[in-house]
Design a protein around this ligand. Structure first.
Ligand code: ZN
Length: 330
């Protein structure tokens, strides 16, 4: 191996070493793995291109001791939230090149360090900063970062309900939160019939505009009536669904995903479980009543007899008839 020996002042043959080292800085003992070369000619220790590594690791250890966020942790934040150093600075209300300076080895003050640590541990807090300051960064930077942050919030739950939601978004490409809710509802309805189990056990609430799974509503609330774009949100996500479940969702999407959110809302209003849960309420009455699974399963068994539903293909008869009735209500 050839490197530049600082003693011989020329390129020399040398060997590479790693060794535990302990040094004292500000009266604090810092232990780290030192990397260096030994020159074949003068037998001295030298660093050449390893210099940066050693400085970096000592600085990192020192920051850890002082409870200051490390360079690696800042890099982790940027990766985690898919945001560059400049936009990150701006979003957090710091000077434009503040993060760049920290990455170059300058130590953050305690306040900024705590801020960075907090957003590292808390995607929701980061999202608040991001959305509040969205006009100060480019639209592309904003969307890239928001998508990644949403993904973190969604996947932390790791339930079938979340996985089904993400799968539906993936399959439909672009979809509004309202439409997702209705497709989830129909997916829950028929799952016991086709899969012999409930795809998820979370209960929808009987809201004015149809069945709503509250956790999903909260997670996607930022989008309101905007379409959610799969690519921004979920690239590289691994779904915890088996082939049968994916196939089932594909079929539900085939027969229900072709309708607009508005029509789907009307369609859901025609289903007995939703009507039953809202019994005694006026059309516009606020409600958090749950739509229970027994009521869903009773209804679906009845429907499947009525429409003679045996295979996925037969779902068409039900969804079309529901659509025709719903269309007249708009
Ligand atoms: Zn040498």
């Amino acid at each position: 191996m050839k490197k530049f020996c600082e003693n011989c002042l020329k390129e020399v043959n040398c060997k590479y070493y790693e060794k535990e080292k302990e040094i004292l800085i500000d009266n604090k003992k810092i232990k780290y793995l030192e990397k260096y070369y030994i020159c074949d000619e003068c037998n001295n220790k030298f660093y050449d291109d390893l210099h940066d590594y050693n400085v970096h690791i000592v600085n990192n250890e020192l920051r850890k001791l002082n409870d200051i966020i490390t360079i690696d942790e800042i890099k982790e934040i940027m990766k985690k939230y898919n945001i560059g150093k400049k936009p990150l600075s701006i979003v957090l209300g710091l000077g434009e090149i503040t993060i760049t300076r920290y990455l170059d080895g300058r130590n953050p003050n305690k306040e900024n360090s705590d801020l960075l640590k907090n957003i590292n541990n808390n995607p929701l807090l980061y999202e608040m900063f991001l959305i509040t300051n969205k006009d100060k960064i480019t639209d592309i930077a904003f969307k890239k970062s928001l998508g990644k942050t949403k993904q973190l919030e969604l996947v932390k739950e790791k339930s079938k309900l979340y996985d089904s939601t993400l799968y539906i978004i993936k399959k439909m490409g672009e979809i509004t939160p309202l439409a997702i809710q209705k497709i989830l509802y129909f997916a829950q309805c028929f799952s016991n019939y086709f899969l012999n189990k409930n795809l998820f056990e979370d209960l929808a609430e009987a809201w004015v505009f149809g069945p709503v799974y509250k956790e999903i509503y909260d997670s996607l609330s930022y989008y309101k009536y905007d379409k959610i774009n799969y690519d921004e949100l979920l690239k590289d996500y691994n779904y915890n669904l088996n082939i049968e479940e994916e196939k089932y969702l594909d079929e539900i999407i085939k027969y229900f995903g072709c309708y607009s959110a508005k029509i789907l809302k009307e369609m859901s209003h025609l289903t007995e479980p939703w009507l039953e849960a809202r019994k005694g309420l006026n059309e516009n009455d606020y409600s958090k009543r749950k739509i229970d699974l027994n009521s869903i399963n009773d209804y679906v068994n009845k429907i499947c007899r009525e429409y003679n539903i045996k295979t996925y293909l037969d779902l068409n008869k039900y969804s079309e008839s529901l659509f025709k009735e719903a269309r007249n209500k708009i």
